[in-house]
Design a protein around this ligand. Structure first.
Ligand code: URA
Length: 293
């Protein structure tokens, strides 16, 4: 409750409790797991009443070079330096690597955050990727069908070639998991490498015209669209039993025995996800993506 009230991080709250500074109904509490009913119990920190904070939902355009952790033992900058003016404690919904830029949602609504992060819900996350080399169709198909990583096969992804350059390929990729360094590892699995990575959308929420390093409050409709029951229902409807994967001739690893998954028109996941077929080139690597919708 202390961190939800926006007073500080969970770690800080634990320290306050350990130091005997927190009381519930007039009694000092000793354990951070002490259950409180915010509707009934009176919680105080240093004698001052603690009230549940209003829910806050932000969208930050994270630049490269910022960590999504609260504090860094090495003193590197974290995203909290960019939202100092908020005055409430919020936590990132999932992580972006130090070298990844783009859309990061931060909130003090833990239930909401859990739903977005839970892979069961298959909330689509869309990325612009600059990959090393000109990818061949076979590599593209492998990315689409799923590749084998050390922590298992990835789910099918929606992968669209935006353009080729002399020695690189620009792609839009929509994935419905959030594994550690997933996009980077997927590209490595097909013999390429991520040179630049920008997250442009989570579900229906797009980074739009937000400037790099800036944040805005999410619109009520955006929060509702993300938090809606729909993701879960769609995820369940999509959970058809899958046939085992078979080796693919030509070193393409293995793939679903049903054969390559047909690319859905619309560029997103076909579930109203963050990417639309007309979205090519909409968001730019320059850090100033064009308009949403
Ligand atoms: N995939 C990655 O490899 N890195 C990110 O930051 C996000 C997705």
């Amino acid at each position: 409750m202390l961190s939800k009230a926006g007073l500080g991080s969970r770690t800080e709250a634990r320290k306050w409790i350990g130091a005997g500074r927190v009381q519930v109904n007039g009694k000092v509490i000793q354990t951070p797991d002490h259950w409180v009913d915010p509707g009934k119990d009176e919680v105080t920190l240093d004698g001052k009443a603690v009230r549940a904070a209003e829910k806050a939902y932000l969208l930050l355009y994270k630049p490269k070079g910022y960590l999504t952790t609260y504090k860094d033992p090495e003193g590197r900058p974290t995203v909290y330096a960019l939202i100092e003016d908020l005055g409430r404690h919020v936590v990132p919904v999932g992580r972006l690597d130090l070298d990844t830029s783009g859309l990061l949602i931060l909130t003090n609504d833990t239930l909401f955050a859990e739903r977005i992060m839970n892979p069961e819900f298959k909330v689509p996350k869309t990325y612009l990727v600059k990959a090393a080399g000109v990818l061949g169709e076979e590599q593209m198909e492998r990315l689409r069908n799923g590749v084998e990583l050390e922590d298992g096969w990835t789910r099918p992804a929606v992968v669209t070639r935006l353009r080729n350059r002399e020695n690189s390929t620009f792609l839009e990729m929509t994935i419905t998991e959030g594994r550690n360094r997933q996009v980077r590892r997927m590209l490595e699995a097909v013999g390429s490498k991520v040179r630049k990575l920008v997250r442009t959308a989570i579900g229906p929420v797009r980074i739009g015209k937000l400037e790099i390093g800036k944040w805005r409050v999410l619109e009520r409709e955006e929060v509702n669209a993300l938090a809606g029951e729909d993701w879960f229902k769609r995820a369940k409807a999509d959970d058809r039993p899958r046939a085992p994967r078979k080796p693919v001739p030509g070193g393409g690893g293995t793939r679903d025995a049903r054969g390559p998954r047909k690319r859905q028109s619309g560029g997103g996941t076909g579930r109203g996800g963050g990417s639309k077929g007309d979205s090519r080139g909409r968001a730019r690597f320059a850090g100033r993506p064009r308009a949403k919708k």
